[in-house]
Design a protein around this ligand. Structure first.
Ligand SMILES: [Zn+2]
Length: 503
């Protein structure tokens, strides 16, 4: 058996929840339906890092992920000095005694403080690998794309290993393997799972919100099942799936679809180096226009602005803070999937001041500076956070400062020398509240700084489901788990959001 077969077979057989519990990752914060995809994307990452288990580090140290030696790893690995192609000098890496130790040790490595909040970035493979990339797991700017390219291969390998392994492992009971967390009303979505092979040929029953019982899928000979479903009412919906032996209960949020969503299909690719058939170009540009990327011109040709808008769009959908991407929409690629999505990101001016909801947009009022634009995802998050702050704190403390934002992104996104990392409309700065009810112009060390209001603002930001990072240097609020230290954040808060589940 090759080292790769050994790695894949053992990973396929392992229960991620057990690993999470063993190393201290909060398994309850990771939706069970996302776990298969996490296994696949981490295997894809290891295929890349270890050149399919053929690198020196893989063969001599059973280390498939390029994990450098860290003291926290001493229960799982030992240090080994190895010269690898990406480093000029030999470097200390983790050496794992067995493949099993590596599999657990890899997840242990991700409990290091720099990866704090990892559980919140597990909704899609892109989100997860994008999170690791932003935390400097890898320096290669093409890292996310390279891992994503290997995802189908990883899926195939794990799928094959599961089929081979089934006979020697205990029979699975009823289990859901894939379900979206959020869907649009009226939109068909797929639920997949497995049941005991003994149940094959039986029909699953499905019940929604304890009231509509319908026949679902027939369980296949291999125990697998899948069904397509549509929810017609907005809200947090409960879906139960039954066999005569067992019931599982799942939660799916149904949201109002966006009426502008379009079902574009393309014959060839559009953008940098694309086939650029004029009909395809027209479709892509018209959708980008509709989504607010309106600097791309109206001709059916691809200009610099079009490529830049595609790159910005590509960076938004994978949650990057800088504009990168190949600038091309392929007929079967992720960029087109997101252009078609009901919740495709819109590019827009950030919300205006709304004092009744506790909100002030200082950036918009400041006409000397134009970091006024961002995604509708961010706009909604900002307004929801401000409203939450108003209701939970400011109603009772009417003299407290408003929730005041500053610096989002430039009108067409992209490079902004004055605010590094503010390129994609997913991040925003918040000014410090003062005890005199005013805001800004101070650091957390000033006596006039209103720590109580700041705490309430950070709690309101943290309650928004897309928020992935909050940077601010008040040591007290850091120990309360509300923010993280990053140099340069004594006088303002910086927060970022992650893309929502695509629907
Ligand atoms: Zn910032």
């Amino acid at each position: 058996m090759s080292l790769l077969d050994d790695l894949v077979g053992k990973y396929a057989a392992m229960d991620l929840e057990e690993i999470f519990n063993a190393v201290g990752i909060a398994a309850n914060k990771i939706h069970p339906a996302n776990r298969p995809a996490l296994k696949e994307v981490t295997l894809a990452q290891w295929l890349l890092e270890s050149a399919r288990a053929t690198s020196k580090l893989a063969m001599e140290a059973t280390n498939f992920a390029g994990l450098k030696w860290r003291k926290e790893m001493e229960d799982f690995a030992t240090p080994i000095l190895i010269k690898v192609p990406s480093e000029p000098e030999p470097v200390e890496f983790c050496k794992f005694a067995t493949v099993e130790k590596f599999l657990v040790g890899y997840w242990k490595f991700l409990t290091r403080p720099v990866y704090k909040g990892l559980e919140d970035h597990t909704t899609t493979p892109e989100t997860f690998i994008g999170f690791l990339f932003r935390k400097n797991f890898a320096a290669d700017p093409g890292y996310v794309n390279k891992v994503m390219k290997l995802l189908p291969e990883a899926q195939q390998l794990l799928g094959d290993a599961n089929r081979v392994g089934r006979s020697s492992r205990p029979e699975p009971t009823l289990q859901v393997t894939r379900i979206p967390q959020e869907v649009s009303v009226g939109q068909s979505f797929r639920v997949e799972g497995v049941a005991a092979p003994a149940d094959s040929g039986k029909v699953l029953l499905i019940e929604v919100d304890d009231q509509f019982k319908t026949k679902g899928a027939t369980i296949g000979a291999d125990g697998k099942w899948q069904f397509d479903f549509v929810l017609n009412q907005v809200g947090d919906r409960k879906i139960e799936v039954f066999t005569d032996q067992k019931t599982i209960s799942l939660n799916v949020r149904a949201v109002q679809p966006n009426p502008g969503a379009s079902g574009i299909s393309l014959i060839g690719s559009v953008g940098r180096g694309g086939a650029n058939n004029s009909e395809d170009v027209r479709k892509v540009k018209s959708r980008l226009h509709e989504l607010g990327f309106n600097w791309i011109g109206s001709s059916n040709s691809v200009n610099t602005g079009t490529i830049q808008a595609i790159q910005l769009f590509q960076s938004i959908i994978v949650g990057r803070s800088n504009v990168l991407g190949d600038g091309r929409v392929d007929p079967d690629g992720l960029t087109l999937d997101w252009l078609r999505a009901n919740n495709a990101p819109r590019w827009q001016l950030m919300p205006k001041t709304d004092k009744a909801n506790g909100f002030r947009n200082f950036e918009l009022e400041d006409t000397s500076d134009n970091h006024d634009f961002g995604t509708d995802w961010l706009a909604k998050t900002i307004l929801a956070a401000a409203k939450d702050y108003q209701q939970t704190f400011r109603n009772a403390n009417p003299n407290a400062s408003l929730f005041v934002i500053n610096n989002v992104s430039l009108p067409v996104g992209g490079d902004t020398p004055t605010h590094a990392g503010h390129e994609t409309g997913l991040m925003c700065d918040v000014l410090l509240p003062r005890k005199d009810g005013d805001f800004g112009g101070i650091t957390f060390r000033d006596a006039i700084y209103d720590q109580q209001a700041m705490r309430a603002i950070l709690q309101s930001i943290r309650r928004q489901k897309l928020v992935r990072a909050v940077f601010f240097n008040d040591p007290k609020l850091i120990t309360e788990g509300l923010c993280d230290f990053v140099a340069g954040h004594d006088n303002h808060v910086h927060f970022e959001i992650t893309p929502p589940a695509r629907n």
